[in-house]
Design a binder for this molecule. Structure first.
Ligand SMILES: Nc1ncnc2c1ncn2[C@@H]1O[C@H](COP(=O)(O)OP(=O)(O)OP(=O)(O)O)[C@@H](O)[C@H]1O
Ligand SMILES: [Mg+2]
Length: 253
């Protein structure tokens, strides 16, 4: 290499180590996705908060929304059973306990697909911060606990967009019971896995069911890369950790 070329190469190396241009992680679907979506146009960020019933998801999302909007970011919130297309019917079907497991899971998948197509993707295209209170992982874990095939579920949820971050609030079963009672003075039939016949005692069933769900989340973590957050701490401490991660995501690293 000539002298001039050498010094040019050196200058380039100096420049690249001095200036770090933020690079946004490219968006992608987990599988087949939704047709005719230009992923490059999705300039917003999708942040998912996962965790068991009463783990503190709403508490954290409310705080994140306040913080993000205070910093000038527009936000949109999504969650399970919130689609305009099927949420009412889904609620009715659950009340009556009338649908088979696979039909119920397809109902949930429809609810998810509707929100993805009509809320999440348009909001990301408009540059919004989208905060999802649970995502496909809870749906998959619930179905896996009920014996459904992981491969079939992965294919079904291949429609989903990979989030920019997934935070899993890991809370001990004892804390979960306390928080659920503090909030509702009762446990939820489905979140206690009562349909599985683990135990006639709801409290006992809740503990067993949450342990089974946690195990499925560990399995899913290998494929879907969650950030596990210790959710047993104060809401402030948890929020500070989430903000740190999200700041990096906004900066593009
Ligand atoms: N870090 C925390 N420490 C102690 N209590 C908490 C913490 N975070 C939330 N809580 C309390 O626990 C209860 C459940 O919290 P929250 O509603 O945020 O959970 P959630 O995961 O959204 O529940 P759900 O599954 O019912 O939507 C509330 O009473 C809330 O005030
Ligand atoms: Mg909530």
């Amino acid at each position: 290499m000539g002298k001039k070329k050498k010094s040019e190469a050196k200058a380039k190396t100096r420049l690249s180590s001095a200036v770090r241009v933020p690079t946004r992680k490219a968006k992608r679907f987990y599988g087949h996705g939704i047709p005719r979506v230009d992923l490059k146009q999705l300039t917003g960020r999708l942040i998912v908060v996962e965790g068991a019933d009463g783990s503190g998801r709403s508490t954290q999302i409310n705080r994140l929304v306040e913080w993000l909007e205070g910093c000038g970011h527009a936000t949109v919130q999504v969650g399970l059973k919130r689609s305009t297309l099927v949420s009412e019917e889904l609620e009715q079907a659950q009340q009556g306990n009338i649908l088979s497991r696979s039909t119920l899971s397809l109902f949930y998948a429809t609810d998810f697909a509707d929100q993805l197509e009509n809320v999440i993707l348009p909001a990301l295209k408009a540059g919004f911060m989208v905060l999802a209170d649970r995502y496909i992982y809870t749906l998959m874990a619930r179905n896996m606990v009920r014996g459904m095939d992981e491969k079939w579920l992965k294919n079904l949820y291949g429609i989903a967009l990979e989030p920019d971050a997934v935070f899993y609030l890991n809370v001990s079963p004892e804390q979960l019971v306390q928080r659920n009672f503090a909030k509702n003075s009762a446990l939820d039939y489905w979140e206690s896995g009562m349909d599985l016949g683990l135990s006639r005692d709801m409290f006992d069933s809740f503990l067993q069911y949450q342990a089974l769900m946690a195990k499925q989340f560990t399995i899913l973590r290998d494929s879907y890369r969650f950030t596990i957050v210790n959710g047993n701490r104060s809401a402030d401490a948890i929020n500070a950790e989430l903000r740190k991660h999200i700041e990096k995501i906004i900066a593009g690293s």
